[in-house]
Each structure stands twice: as C-alpha cells, then as structure tokens.
Ligand binder design. Structure first.
Ligand code: FAD
Length: 448
C-alpha cells in the first residue's frame, strides 16, 4: 500500500485548510469527507446563518426607510426564495472548496472514515495509510433532556425548515440561540427564547449581555431567563412546551440550541489508542498531538475555541510544524468574535470581570447612544461601546460593542489589542466622522 504523508478526516474549516496547505508544500495528502465539503461553517453554520441574518434586516430596513422619505406597501417575505438562493450559494462554495483541494493535489475521498489502526484510515471499505493522520471532524448539536425532546430540532435543521415557523421557541442562551432568535424574529416569526440562566451570552462582558438582551426584547423577542422547558408534546395546532414554572407555550417549531459536542462517535479512536478528555473532546498537546503522537486533531473536535478562524489558525500551525517552517505555538489570546444578533455584538480581549481578576485597578470607558441613522429612522435601537483599560500600564485589555456592524468594527481594534495598544494610542488616533466607530477613540472620561 502506498503510504501518504497525511490523511485528513473531515473536510470542514480546519481539515480543508490543513489538507490544502500541506499539499501546496509538497506533501502527499488525502482528505475524507462524509458530507458536503466546507463542513459546519459553510453548510450549517457561519455562512448560511449570516445570509439569513442579512435577510432578517430587510424587513426592519423597510420600516426605517419611512423616516427617510420612502413609502409604499409593506414588502412580502418569501421563505422559499431565501432557502433556494442560500442553497445555490452554498453549492457554489462546495464546488470552490473541491476545486481548491483538487487544484492543490489533494486526493478527495467521499464517505465516512474511521481509524483502522494507528497508521491507517478506512473510508467506505477502502484503506489508506499515512505517516500522519489529522482528525478534524468538528462537532454536532447536543439536545436537552426532557419528555418529548425529539420534537425539537437543532440548528442543522433550521435552514431548510418547512414551512416557515410563524411561532418559534428557541431553547438556549448561547450565541447560536440568540442569533436564531434574532433572525427569525426579524423574518417575521413570533419568537420566544427560553434560557435557564440569569442572562444570555455567558462568557461575554456583563454590560454587553444585559444591553443586547434588552435590545432583542425591544425588537420583539420574548426572552425568558431563569426558565426551562420540562416537557413537550404535539397537539392539533402545534407543539406545546411546558415550562418549569408551569406555564405553557404553543409554537410551530422548537429549536434546541443547547450546546455542541465533539464528533468522535464511530471514529475508531480506541482502536488507534487515541484518548478523549472528560468532556469527550480529543485530548491534544500544544502541538495538536493526541496520545498517539503522529495522530493530530484540530478544530471543534478538540473543543478549545469553537470558531472557524481558530480552526484555520490551528491548521496553519500544524502544517507549519509538519511540512513547513517549524514548530509554532498557537496563541489563543485576544481572539475577536461577533454575535450576529440584531443588533450585533463585537468583542475582543478581556471582559471587565476577567480583567478585574487578572489585573489591578482598571479604568472603564462606556458610551451608550442613539446612532445617527436612527435619528431619522425613528428606531429605538441604541449602541453600546466599552473599553476596559489596565490603569497601571494604560493598556487596553478589552473592546466590546453592541451595535450595527460591531463585528466589522471590532475586527480592526483586534489588531490594536494584539499590538498592545494603550489608551493613549487610542486617544491619539483621529476618528472617522461621522461613524459609530469613532466613539472608540473619543471616549475620554472613565465611568469606573
Ligand atoms: C449555527 C452555527 C453558527 C456558527 N457561526 C459561526 C460564526 O459566525 N463564526 C465562526 O467563526 N464560527 C461559527 N460557527 C462555528 C464554526 O462553524 C466551527 O467552529 C467550525 O466549522 C469548526 O471547523 P472544524 O473544521 O473543526 O469542523 P467542521 O467545520 O464541523 O467540519 C468537520 C467535518 O468533518 C466531517 N466528518 C465528521 N466525521 C467524519 C468522519 N467520520 N468521516 C468523514 N468526515 C467526517 C463533517 O461532515 C464535517 O464536514 C458556527 C457553528 C454553528 C453550528
């Protein structure tokens, strides 16, 4: 049997990047993919979700246009058109991924793969051997446990839901739950979001959490915190969910966005001697080596930071070590991220609570305002911007925002944080007027 340099299991964000760049550096590479190329991000995550988020802004934009002089009958939304156009675009992307892989010389193998032993992988009865194996199988949605739980769907089924849910119950308070609540609310569903914790978006800055939750409620999401679904059943007119407080809600569809688990089932990890950690994720060291050193793992299946750009960066660090410039430690600090709620959240660096634990005195700068656009649109949407600064060194530790284009804005500030920018550098930067972003370089008086 011909021994390859690398076999990759999983053609998602991390796997495709690793396979392609390894092949471009001269390695002989095969990649096995059980579903569509591009993985979660392209098919069931970032991309379709962002497309639907754009769609959900149009209804609101029409309402807002009246203050700018536009009028006319309210436009109708056609769910079938959105689904069809999304599917066409995703298919185009699947083709782009395939072309990139084949163009780089990667052997693309279709089917479910498993480790046959420590040096070979079996794909639909075919065996390939390699000096190195990379597991990049991502994650899958996890369901909550209550009677009737199977009546709920997961984010995987939301994009092609049939028919459009006029009434939607979202269970969960993480970013995926909040995004779908915002999207379907924007598209015209009556959305109830139920979360067992005291506030949504655990792990984000507390001011941001409270602010975006209030904005979502203002836009129409019926957000119920400290609440839990205890049972669900089908009735003649929909799905009936019973809440912990005895309340009952009736909806057309229920989305369970209650976390994700690493995709390790059926991979043959035990046969190859690969260990998983207490959370069921593949355990790896700083170089992404598993307990079997020539078998590596990256991306959601190692459950560090479940984001596409992180899987891509892990792939690049791994390929550099195996086939390139040498060992390089992946840096997980100051990873910027966005939540595509309405309005968006953009954030990089430490939350105020994290900074208080790790640093001494802080200076907090906070600005809350009505964006210029909404002075005429009559929308009550507000924007929040916040800087967390270390008082002793003057370094900016955290940049947080809720407002239109927060993700776009915070990406640039992430570079400043990586470069170690101080508040004095922010102050010395000239703003771009009139923008919301300029507020980040014009906040002068700390609020705490
Ligand atoms: C609803 C949703 C929204 C998201 N939004 C964002 C966002 O806005 N920004 C962001 O950065 N991240 C987002 N993410 C997270 C992002 O999608 C993941 O972090 C990223 O896709 C992880 O890449 P990966 O390569 O580890 O795994 P994946 O992209 O999940 O790829 C794994 C691939 O492995 C394949 N596979 C699994 N088992 C096998 C097997 N045995 N044999 C062959 N193939 C196999 C799967 O079919 C899949 O294609 C979102 C996720 C979800 C679910």
């Amino acid at each position: 049997m011909n021994t390859l340099d690398l076999v990759v299991i999983g053609g998602g964000s991390g796997g495709v990047r690793a396979a392609r760049t390894a092949a471009q550096r001269g390695a002989r590479v095969a990649l096995a993919e059980a579903g569509a190329l591009g993985g979660t991000c392209v098919n069931l995550g970032c991309i379709p979700k962002k497309l639907y988020s754009y769609a959900a802004h149009y209804g609101e934009a029409f309402e807002e246009s009246h203050g700018f002089g536009f009028s006319g009958p309210a436009p109708a939304f056609d769910w079938e058109t959105l689904k069809r156009n999304r599917a066409i675009e995703i298919m185009r992307l699947n083709g782009v991924y395939e072309k990139l892989l084949i163009g780089a010389g990667v052997q693309v193998m279709r089917g479910r793969a498993r480790l046959a032993d420590a040096h070979s992988v079996e794909i639909e009865g075919e065996r390939v051997s390699a000096k190195n194996i990379l597991v990049a199988t991502g994650g899958a949605p996890q369901r909550p446990h209550f009677p009737g739980q199977d009546l709920a769907i997961t984010s995987n089924e939301m994009f092609d839901l049939e028919p459009f849910p006029q009434r939607l119950l979202v269970i969960g308070g993480g970013y995926i739950a909040c995004e779908f609540a915002s999207i379907f609310n924007g598209l015209g569903s009556r959305v109830i979001q139920v979360y067992r914790g005291a506030q949504v978006l655990r792990g984000f800055d507390d001011d941001i959490r409270g602010f975006v939750a209030a904005e979502m409620v203002k836009k129409g999401v019926d957000l119920r915190t400290n609440a839990q679904v205890t049972a669900m059943k089908r009735t003649a007119s929909g799905l009936q969910a019973t809440l912990q407080d005895g309340g009952v809600v009736e909806v057309d569809a229920v989305l369970a966005a209650t976390g994700r688990r690493p995709n390790v089932t059926g991979l043959g990890l035990e046969a190859a001697g690969v260990q998983v950690n207490e959370h069921g994720a593949i355990a790896v060291d700083d170089d992404f080596r598993t307990s079997v050193p020539h078998i590596c793992a990256i991306g959601d299946v190692i459950d560090r930071v479940q984001l596409t750009p992180v899987a891509l960066a892990e792939a690049m660090a791994l390929v550099d070590r195996l086939f390139g410039s040498g060992r390089r430690k992946m840096n997980y600090e100051n990873i910027p991220t966005a939540v595509f709620t309405h309005p968006d959240v953009g954030t990089v660096g430490l939350t105020e609570a994290q900074a208080r634990q790790r640093h001494g005195r802080l200076r907090i700068y906070r600005s809350e305002f009505r964006p210029l656009k909404h002075t005429l649109s009559m929308s009550s949407e507000r924007t929040l911007m916040k800087l967390v600064v270390d008082d002793a060194s003057d370094r900016v530790l955290g940049v947080h925002m809720v407002g239109a284009d927060a993700g776009e804005i915070v990406q640039g500030f992430a570079v400043a944080l990586k470069a170690g920018a101080t508040k004095a550098v922010f102050d010395a930067t000239i703003g771009i007027h009139p923008t919301a972003a300029e507020e980040f370089v014009t906040m002068r008086e700390p609020v705490a």
